[in-house]
Design a protein around this ligand. Structure first.
Ligand SMILES: NC(=O)c1ccc[n+]([C@@H]2O[C@H](COP(=O)([O-])OP(=O)(O)OC[C@H]3O[C@@H](n4cnc5c(N)ncnc54)[C@H](O)[C@@H]3O)[C@@H](O)[C@H]2O)c1
Length: 321
């Protein structure tokens, strides 16, 4: 199958592209290679993909809808996976404009191109952050998502609403993916697991917000890739053409536990600075994954202990290389 995948030099995009090309699909990968975090990590990921004949890389920032249409036609693209975005919850307080440009305007451009080309399936990244200030113990896809805690969440929620309108109006198959704190080898340096590991490794102090009581549904990258791969390749037919799924492990872990596991793996003690909760932070995320389990026979297979060990093995090799 021929797939257009945006954000292919990003963390999730890189792993998903690897899986797709290993399974003999052809991937046309797009990425703007922005400098939100260390560009060398993006180059490293691309370097691992580039030798494969089933992968074509195009540097593009999705600013021009017509260019995307041309690309889809040129490569006879059947499905589009849109992962490119400005991520990060805290950065949305620093540079809100980037979220409007990358998460709203680019989303519109690609969705519009999919409409024009009558793409068979448009799969896009949303986020667990859409649950915002919802106090539910386990977030279910049907629950309220009208109270985003920051602009990042607001743009992801907007994507879902825009997708709903287009899918209904133009009878297009769309699927939104609410990812929950994804981690693993080649993971994002702006996220807690990478930040903590690096600082503990370098004997530097770590800031532990909400005194370590934040809890997250941490999801190992292989589980994410397997779930998304199934969504792309199985032609599940549902009456409603726009579907949304939680992509998570289904198990919430406290930050304090995570730090303990990192300490054990690195054989180092963390120097912790305990701090109160920050503006825009969510205390706990925990996903209900019944829908994904039922529709795609999804199972989360990697525990936080095993996943963190794999991440740290990669991290130690990467920083020494
Ligand atoms: N990693 C997580 O835990 C997580 C959680 C929830 C949602 N998400 C979402 O999943 C998607 C992938 O996340 P990730 O962790 O791989 O992030 P990432 O930042 O590693 O990857 C995103 C990639 O998109 C590219 N990009 C950004 N704007 C672009 C544009 N306008 N045109 C082309 N490329 C552009 C970036 O250069 C980057 O390489 C994002 O949409 C993100 O919001 C991720």
């Amino acid at each position: 199958m021929k797939i257009l995948l945006t954000g292919c030099a990003g963390f999730i995009g890189y792993h998903l592209t690897s899986k797709l090309i290993n399974e003999n699909h052809k991937v046309i990968g797009l990425d703007s290679m922005n400098k939100y975090y260390d560009i060398n990590l993006k180059k490293y990921r691309l370097g691992n993909l580039k030798n494969n004949k089933s992968f074509i890389f195009i540097k593009d920032a999705l600013k021009d809808k017509n260019k995307i249409v041309k690309l889809i036609k040129k490569y006879k693209i059947e499905k589009v996976v849109h992962l490119a975005a400005q991520p990060g919850v805290r950065y949305s307080l620093v540079n809100p404009r980037s979220y409007i440009d990358n998460n709203l305007l680019c989303f519109f451009n690609i969705m519009e191109a999919c409409k024009i080309c009558r793409i068979k399936h448009f799969i896009y990244a949303s986020s667990s952050s859409v649950y915002g200030l919802n106090k539910s113990q386990k977030f279910n896809e049907n629950e309220k998502t009208e109270e985003p805690a920051q602009l990042y969440a607001a743009t992801k929620k907007s994507n879902e609403v825009m997708a709903e309108a287009y899918s209904n109006l133009f009878k297009l198959k769309f699927t939104g993916l609410r990812f929950f704190s994804v981690y693993g080898p080649a993971g994002r340096p702006d996220m807690a697991i990478y930040l903590f590991t690096k600082k503990i490794f370098e004997n530097k102090k770590i800031k532990v917000f909400n005194y370590g009581n934040h809890a997250r549904d941490f999801t190992y990258i292989d589980d994410v890739v397997n779930a998304v791969y199934k969504i792309i390749t199985r032609n599940l037919k549902k009456k409603k053409l726009h579907q949304i799924y939680n992509i998570a492990s289904g198990k919430s872990e406290k930050l304090s536990k995570l730090i303990n596991i990192i300490e054990k793996n690195l054989e180092k003690k963390a120097k912790k600075i305990f701090l109160p909760i920050q503006k825009g932070d969510i205390i706990k995320t925990s996903a209900d994954i019944k829908k994904l389990r039922k529709d795609y026979k999804y199972k989360s297979t990697v525990s936080i202990e095993v996943g963190l060990t794999k991440f740290i093995d990669w991290f130690l090799k990467y920083i020494k290389s």
